[in-house]
Each structure stands twice: as C-alpha cells, then as structure tokens.
Write a protein that binds this ligand. Sequence first.
Ligand code: BEZ
Length: 212
Amino acid sequence: MATLRLGDIAPDFTAETSQGTLNFYEYLGDGWGILFSHPADFTPVCTTELGTAAKFKDEFEKRNVKMMALSVDGAASHAEWIKDINETQNTVVNFPIIADEDRKVSDLYDMIHPNADDTLTVRSVFIVGPDKKVKLILTYPASTGRNFYELLRVVDSLQLTAYHKVATPANWESGEKVVVSPAIPTAEAKELFSKGVEEVKPYLRLTPDPTV
Ligand code: BEZ
C-alpha cells in the first residue's frame, strides 16, 4: 500500500498480541491511540523503551490515549521478555505488544525500512485520533531510544489544537502561551481569546493557553 501520511485513515487490523487477539479499532474505542514498533525483543534500548512506556501509561490514560506496541517477534517471546522488562525496569508492562511474525501490521504501516534493516521494524510511532486519522508520524533508528515526554507533549498539543484555534510554538509545554492560528484576523482573535492577544507581528500573535 502507499506510504501513510498525516490525515490518512489509520488502517484497521486484527492481530495476535501479548494480551490475546485484538482488533485495533475496538481496542481504541473512541479515544486516541499510539501504535509504536521496536526492532526486537530482548534488546537493550527496546527494554528501556517498553519499560518507560509502561511507566507513562497513567499519564496517557489521563489523556484518553491507549498504547499498542509491535515487533516481529512471536507472542511467546513477548511473554518471556515482558518478565525481563518488569524485573529490570521496575514496572509492569500493561499494554499489548503485537506479535507481528507475518509482518502484516508492519507492512500496513510501513514499519520495515529495508535500507536500515531487511527484517526488523524501525522505531515507528503513529498517533491516531478519535476519528481514526493519523495525527503524527515519527521514525527513529534502532540506535536511538524515543523520548516519551515528547510523546506526551505532542499529545497535549494535538488535543489542544483539535479543539481551539491555536497552534503550539517550539518547545511548548502544556500551560505555556500558544500562538493564534494564522487564519484568524487579530481583531477576531481578540474577541475569541478573552485572556488577551499579544501581537508581536501581524502573523505572530500569542495568547495564554485557553485551557488553563
Ligand atoms: C536495542 O534495542 O538496543 C537495539 C535493537 C536493535 C538494534 C540495535 C539496538
């Protein structure tokens, strides 16, 4: 299939996971989702990533986001590896890991990049909205573990900008000033944002985070 792009519908699938057979859309319900791949079980960076993801689960749940991980290892391998993750990362892996031995989901989401590695998935991240559209795509190499604070930050931005006519500037963190969407004239912005609008340039208008 063609490469997935932002705004595309995230393909649905049914897959074997460490928590049994699951359907992606049913698992997500009407909430948000993070589907992320790692290269292989029993590898060091992946062990730290999956442990970190487990520790972040409560924060994602607060934001109505469910996680689903994936590698091309089988369910028995996942089950054994989860014991190691729990032991070494001092956590409990509490979200499903897809056992994508036949690469069905990896191929659907283009998670194997042959010029990086012929057989293993790269570190892909897809954030899916309640409308099942792809909101964010990240691709990291095997050698670099991902930053889960950044995933939380981008979820905060996606959820804020989905409901308010704003965008979030560089290095923004929840609660900080946001920028007014370029499509809104300043006069209209001043009516829309009761906390005030600071016009730095006609195209750069700041306003306090409307949710704080
Ligand atoms: C790791 O998770 O440490 C890893 C996996 C595959 C290749 C390189 C590193």
